[in-house]
Design a protein around this ligand. Sequence first.
Ligand code: NAI
Length: 330
Amino acid sequence: MLVAAFSTKPYDRDALLAASRGTDIEWRWHETHLGANTALLAAGAMAVNCFVNDSLNAATLEQLSHLGVKLVTLRCAGFNQVDCAAAARLSIPVVRVPEYSPHAVAEHAVALVLTLNRKLHKALNRVREGNFALDGLLGFDLFGRTVGVIGMGRIGRCVAEIFLGFGCRILAHDPHPDATLAARGVIYVPLEQLLAESHIVTLHCPLVPATYHMINAERIASMQHGVMLINTSRGGLIDTAAVIQSLKSGQIGHLGLDVYEEEADLFFDDRSNSVIQDDTFMRLLTFPNVVVTAHQAFFTKNALDAIAAQTVRNLLHFQRGEPLEAVVAG
Ligand code: NAI
């Protein structure tokens, strides 16, 4: 079975090759993103394998259908990059990896909180330069602080558990409250209350039309002055222009991002010798109280191996005509 795998890096290939050893899966590796203008690279393949910044819009899916591609497998949990209605219309099943390591992403969100709070990004450089002054590195105790978790799914609940361990008060917002977590001390509240009372707000809900720019100017104004905002979910949850204004006014006191609305043209590649054209992104990097990582929250050995294993399972289920797991469309 020939599979055209897009947006692949050596680490993806190593994991997928190891997971598919002993099967008849044959990989055709592409470093480029999948989109309407690159779909031809899937010619002859039974399935394509994609990642977060591949564009599976109607035009791409129509081309894949035309080429005889029968299955789309995602190497990720989020599927906001897929036009599910088009996939269903074209009868191309789209399967994902719904859970690989929620701990990987949760732990990275917490790493962003700790880095921003204790200014580790600055301290590292200072000490290397022989500057041992502490001015400007003042943090706060996490113990006793209120952390607002928006989206209490697989990742959000791991984040809540970790912050419970720090002795934080956890406010949660999710359309589907979980009684077990409530019994462990998590307090489910309406979004307005979470935003008004939290010192740290961390986003773990999916990007869907209803959550697009859920963190906008109005909602930011309703937060605590100097709030810490963390986004490891999807860039589109945040109105970046509004966030920049709030960083300038001090309404947002710390910002930790692992995702960015326009990341598709930036992340996962070495652009250190290029002039980056995205002025909004570059403005974000100028703030001393902003830490950006390039969509690396998932990036642990455990997660890569689990993604590869589920991807191979998805392909083999399809090949054998068995019921598919984790279908998002089609
Ligand atoms: P999940 O599906 O287990 O949980 C999502 C939760 O959000 C659900 O409990 C759902 O009820 C809730 N939700 C839906 N709409 C909401 C709303 N309007 N307000 C509050 N909560 C809402 O998903 P999981 O695995 O926890 O992943 C969360 C997100 O993290 C994914 O959608 C994905 O975009 C992102 N992600 C980011 C990664 C990274 O490397 N930065 C890696 C993996 C996932």
